[in-house]
Write a protein that binds this ligand. Structure first.
Ligand code: NI
Ligand code: MN
Length: 227
């Protein structure tokens, strides 16, 4: 599984010959000006919740690619009205796709679509594909239900957690989350994009994780990892 960071909470995932993009927020992101959302072609668009900083380029990319949007029922219904095909899920449900298995799991946050339409409850995904299990938390606070993830989905190879604080967990709570989910490789996201979520001391955050024998990756845009 190849994972590429495209800024904020957006990741391009290649697995089992398929391409998935998570939470595309590219064209409004000043930091991602070298990435052209118009050129991106994928098979699936995964949306954790309806906020603009997660769905801004979802319509563009889905239409350009004739891709399927996978998200909660309310978000998928909203995009279906725009002529985009979708696969609706809800919390606790899992489903097999041609790239692997996806489970929609709990997140503590809020969710509204850009035009004010109710965006359902926010979530995260557990992606199992090609022998790899990846947790994509979405925007969330630290919460006790994270302990259910290793119980129900087995050993995680890596997890993408928000770490920018203010709107989501900060790095301190993300370290506790890493313990709850029993995962040693954490890819941080949702940091530095706007003023409220700048991480001032990245080295200290990375060192805190290291002291608990965990790795915190704070990726630059374009960063790629194979797991
Ligand atoms: Ni959000
Ligand atoms: Mn967000």
């Amino acid at each position: 599984m190849k994972i590429k960071f495209l800024g904020h909470s957006c990741f391009l995932i290649e697995t089992q010959g398929k391409k998935l993009i998570v939470d595309p927020f590219i064209s409004p992101n000043e930091l991602a000006k070298d990435v052209d959302a118009n050129e991106i072609r994928v098979d699936y668009v995964l949306l954790t919740h309806g906020h603009g900083d997660h769905v801004a380029d979802a319509e563009l990319i889905a239409k350009n690619s004739d891709a399927t949007i996978i998200s909660n029922f309310e978000i998928v219904s909203w995009y279906e009205e725009k002529g985009i095909k979708g696969h609706p899920m809800n919390h606790g449900g899992k489903r097999s796709f041609d790239f692997g298995e996806l489970k929609y799991v709990n997140a503590i946050h809020s969710s509204v679509l850009p035009d004010g339409t109710y965006g359902g409850n926010p979530g995260g995904f557990i992606l199992k594909s090609g022998g790899i299990t990846l947790y994509i938390a979405g925007d969330t606070a630290l919460h006790m239900d994270m302990k259910l993830i290793p119980m129900t989905s087995g050993k995680l190879n890596a997890a993408i957690l928000p770490v920018g604080d203010n709107f989501t967990m900060g790095t301190d709570d993300a370290l506790i989350a890493a313990e709850f989910i029993e995962c040693d490789k954490i890819i941080g996201c949702h940091f530095d994009t706007f003023g409220y979520i700048v991480i001032e001391d990245k080295e200290a955050a990375v060192a805190d994780f290291k002291s608990k024998n965990k790795e915190l990756i704070l990726p630059q845009i374009g960063y790629e990892i194979s797991i």
